[in-house]
Design a protein around this ligand. Structure first.
Ligand code: THG
Length: 610
């Protein structure tokens, strides 16, 4: 009867049996806990919808928070306050799998957290996350609630890593860290799924790389299914010992118990952990992005980070035709081919005149979200198109791009796009364009870049290492006098910028430099230009990865002429542009049919290894 016909809806007990819920809280405080969680794990859209009471999210959250608050206040003393953590569980519908929409989840989580805040919680804990996109929707909803209520409280995010070593949908812990930390959470950690033993390596990763404090709440061991139900094998002392080690070795600052832990477990944990000094962590944060599955740092050993250019409706006829015809599987295949060809990130651009860009982006980003193991760079001038991508991708994206073309005031594209970048914790490409147009000289490029970097770090909370400056280049292949020095200025701008901001990332759309030349000449010029840019400090490049040749594979004469073109070394009777065109007259690209991977596969084993 206590369930009022909603059998299994534990949150309803917050209003039908407040005495029972209070008694559970009391048990934990009596055992010595500093904090308890509210009975609101299922006060979310998916769970309450199953009982047809989605309209009661706020009410049941507030009621749950109030009960815990009352009991915490009973136990609080001036020397020892007791705290209430507002529990935000994942719900049963995962946005990455298309069970529900990001926006619906986000808005329902906002309601839930508004209720928790109204009921008096001290902090919010988004826990047991199985899908990074779901965790993002909860965190963003929680942030919105705090802003709306004018009451910011600490925000804890905990993910559930399965015995497989990943989250339910295949995410490595590093992918979750890269995506969630930039959202402005205060602690990150793990809970549920397994006992402490299985969590150890993931916690080690967090301890090494997270800039924020860590929390952990394991189950009392891996559950064993018995006829009488799930049995959790860890004794109170065993759990306590494991958590004490986490505190001593990984510097964890918040510990607790999840499934199968009783007040007895908590008592043992408090006794053991109370004796331990937490390790002092010296985390080394790795700037980068992530897909649903893996983190990809911007810094690539002995290489430039390659951003695949082919998933672009303007930049690839094949991709455009597939998209226009609704052959989305072919679009995904182009993404996969780039992954095989050695790209580290994929640039996704759907912009095409006369199309509904937001719908195209939603369709393709939704597919890439699970089909691509590589992080996505969302390439569009339209904030609504960028938003459509951000709301479907669980990993951390790059937004490509912002600039000062129409200033940075209210309503500008810059401002509308930066609001999305900030809320979704994305990295961002900054173009060297200002109110006067595209910067043409190194001085001008560095001046614009400096202005935007200072703006983003001062006013938008960005870290320098999450800003990717595109120093931009025009095609130097047209022969017009005013573009002859473009590559020189671009390379010089990279060098100066990296000197002024060693932590900033730089990028270039490399293929732009050679528009109009024949494909064989483009391949050589692009490769030589990229090589020079990397020497100057370029960190990332938008390229067709399989078409980039190592310098050793370009015949000397071709390489010298391309270098002369890049550095505008014209002499009497010698124009490197003319010469390059002559050298490649009628030439075809040998690898245009075979991809680099196929070429390598055709070599004898030892040459291939070499
Ligand atoms: N900076 C940033 N983003 C960018 C660019 C940049 N995004 C788009 C573009 N420039 C980089 N991407 C491409 C993609 C393809 C080509 C050039 C740049 C390209 N495509 C061939 C062509 O058009 O001739 C291939 C055509 C085909 O296969 O159909 O050259 O500068 N931040």
């Amino acid at each position: 009867d206590d369930f009022a016909g909603l059998e299994g809806c534990n949150e309803i007990l917050n209003v039908t049996r407040p005495d029972v819920v209070r008694a559970v809280h009391r048990g934990y405080f009596e055992a010595g806990s500093d904090a308890v969680e509210t009975n609101t794990f299922g006060a979310n859209l998916a769970n309450l919808s199953e009982y047809d009471i989605a309209g009661r999210i706020f009410e049941l959250s507030e009621a749950g928070a109030r009960l815990a608050r009352e009991v915490a206040d009973e136990f609080s003393t001036p020397d020892r306050p007791r705290f209430v953590l507002g529990s935000v569980g994942p719900g049963t519908k995962l946005p990455t799998l298309g069970h529900t929409k990001f926006v619906a989840l986000r808005d329902a989580y906002e309601q839930e957290v508004r209720g928790l805040l109204a009921g008096g919680v001290d902090a919010v804990i988004v826990e047991t996350a199985q899908d990074i996109l779901q965790a993002k929707s909860a965190i963003i909803g929680a942030k919105r609630a705090m802003a709306a209520e004018g009451r910011p409280v600490p925000l804890i995010a905990q993910v559930a890593v399965e015995t497989t070593g990943t989250m339910l949908l295949g995410s490595e812990i590093g992918a979750a860290l890269a995506a969630l930390e930039p959202l402005g959470i205060d602690l990150i950690g793990l809970n549920c799924s397994t006992g402490p033993a299985e969590m150890s390596e993931h916690l080690r990763t967090l301890s090494k790389h997270a800039r924020i404090p860590l929390s952990v709440m394991p189950n009392a061991g891996l559950p064993e299914l018995r006829p009488e139900g799930a049995v959790y094998p860890l004794s109170p002392d065993e759990l306590a010992e494991a958590l004490a080690i986490f505190v001593r070795e990984f510097g964890v600052r918040l510990v607790g118990g999840c499934c199968g832990t009783t007040a007895e477990h908590v008592r043992a944990v408090i006794e053991a952990v109370g004796q331990v000094t937490p390790a002092r962590r010296r985390p080394r944060s790795e700037p980068g992005v992530s897909s649903l599955y893996q983190a990809v740092p911007f810094a690539q050993d002995a290489s430039v980070l390659m951003i695949g250019e082919r998933t672009n409706a303007n930049g690839s006829k094949a991709f455009r035709e597939a998209m226009l015809a609704g052959r989305y599987e072919d679009c995904v295949e182009i993404a996969r081919a780039q992954t095989r060809d050695g790209a580290h990130v994929l640039d996704l651009c759907v912009d095409y005149v006369g199309r509904d860009g937001a719908a195209d982006m939603a369709e393709l980003a939704g597919r890439f979200a699970t089909a691509s193991t590589l992080p996505i760079m969302l390439d569009s001038t339209e904030p609504d198109v960028i938003r459509a991508g951000l709301e479907r991708l669980g990993g951390r994206c790059v937004v490509n791009s912002v600039n000062y073309e129409d200033g940075s005031g209210p309503g500008s594209r810059f401002q509308r796009t930066m609001e999305l970048v900030r809320e979704h914790g994305a990295a961002v490409v900054v173009m060297c364009i200002d109110e006067e147009g595209q910067a043409r000289t190194a001085d001008w490029k560095v001046r614009v870049a400096t202005r935007i970097i200072e703006d983003l770090t001062t006013n938008w909370g960005m870290r320098v290492s999450d800003i990717i400056v595109d120093t931009l280049t025009f095609p130097i292949s047209t022969g017009q006098e005013e573009v002859r020095r473009d590559a020189i200025e671009t390379i010089e701008a990279i060098r100066r910028l990296k000197k002024r901001y060693p932590e900033v990332q730089t990028t270039l759309g490399i293929s732009n430099v050679s528009f109009g030349l024949n494909p064989a000449a483009r391949q050589v010029l692009n490769s030589v230009f990229l090589h020079e840019c990397v020497q100057a400090g370029l960190d990332t490049a938008i390229v067709h990865a399989s078409k980039i040749l190592p310098m050793s594979r370009i015949p000397d004469e071709q390489r010298m002429v391309a270098l002369d073109l890049v550095y505008d070394r014209r002499r009497d009777g010698y124009d490197p542009l003319q010469k390059l065109m002559e050298l490649f007259e009628g030439a075809t690209v040998s690898s245009s049919k075979a991809s680099r991977a196929e070429e390598l596969a055709a070599l004898p084993l030892f040459e291939r290894l070499q």
